[in-house]
Design a binder for this molecule. Sequence first.
Ligand code: UN1
Length: 505
Amino acid sequence: MSQQITEQVHGHYIGGEWTDTAEETFESENPATGETLATFQRGTAADVDAALEAAEDAFDEWRSLSYIDRAEYLWDIYHELRERHEELGEIVSKECGKEISEGKADVTEAWHMVEWAAGNARHPHGDLVPSEVAGKDAYMRRKPRGVVGCITPWNFPVAIPFWHMAIALVEGNTVVWKPAEQTPWCGQIIAEMFEDAGIPDGVFNMVQGFGDAGAALSDDGRVDTVLFTGSAEVGHEIASKVGGEPGKLAACEMGGKNGIVITEEADLDLAVHSAVMSSFKTTGQRCVSSERLIVHEDVYDEFKERFVDIAEDIAVGDPLEEDTFMGPAIEAEHVEKISRHNDLAREEGATVLVDRFELEDSEIPDGHGDGHWVGPFVYEIDYESDLRCLNEECFGPHVALLEYSGDIEDAVDIHNDTPYGLAGAIISEDYRQINYFRDRADLGLAYANLPCIGAEVQLPFGGVKKSGNGYPSAREAIEAVTERTAWTLNNSTEIEMAQGLSADI
Ligand code: UN1
């Protein structure tokens, strides 16, 4: 399936076959136009069961291949992602509404991760550990854990699946993947890539569907590791259920109520630029998007004026147009959620500075009247610890300006005063302030003089507090999908024990 929209109902990919037995179907919708893109089978617990059986059956042979042979399949996909960059970037934009440069960056991020994971196949994968005993060799060796269940979000429909799956597969696990229900078209294309690469049957399996299929996957005892990126609600459930079971692992990365601290020592050009990027790129629908701007009183008025001017003007529109900055929200339900957050801020005493929640008719591109349009909502409010609007994630272009007085310690106290700790930034030219933020801000991803979005794939991606219990990407994901064996080999014909333990019998 490529750009062409077909009448066909697309199935799941299980054990090397496309299924065609759905009782129920669902559609992928273009959020900028409301048009239907394609129809898909809706996965059930029975589909998940079949996929897990296939993944279990395929594990033994797959783990027996060398790392380098396993990586070969991923290299094929790497080349395909690069060759089809433009086309796939456009599909991402059409299916999830991200503006076109973001659609393409999603595909770029995917091949970066494939390159990282497949390239790793030629890197050392364990440790040589010195033994106390001269005649012994001791190692830490890795083994695949088995079947990895991957559950991925709609907002990076190509990149994040590869964060999870490229690593799990190269390490020798088999995979059952449930793409987000909002982006099944991207799921279909990725599954076709694995099929075209000739990956052995059952090594990669995809079941389309909703949360019930995801729960059937994460709850199943045959899944050894669950990798999850998505909402805090679902992530916490998976983390507590799966993480609580002996022998099972869950690495979950969830949302944030991300903040940017702008101190009295900030370069205001950088501050405004970083805040606009962090708050409005992807229409605020990144888990790393910022919803709190914590600004020192000395620069507050100037920052506010400049930030508000840009928010009033920023281009919301057709994601396929090069000069669009923000596309639509993902779906009607999400527009309602953003509206509830905007109302909540009002109810809690916010002074609204920019309200473009309902766009003017003239701002909506022709033929896009059924799109899920929202514009920036910017407010200021006196900081109080228990305001819900400052603690609950909106996942939209909804951002609070908070004025602080005092020192960096005061700013970081406000910054840390949320249940989350995913991404954040400090804008300052004072290295002491920067270092204080680096050491004390509760964050998995911290930036100085940059937006708090746009992490590179080779860095750990995850959060602290309610933002996550693991890192389903890069080096840390290797920990989640492998077992470590402490392997000790005796090179002599005598037994000599460590710790001076007598070997006499
Ligand atoms: C997400 O926010 O949901 O750091 C993922 C970034 C991207 C990944 C974002 N590389 O902004």
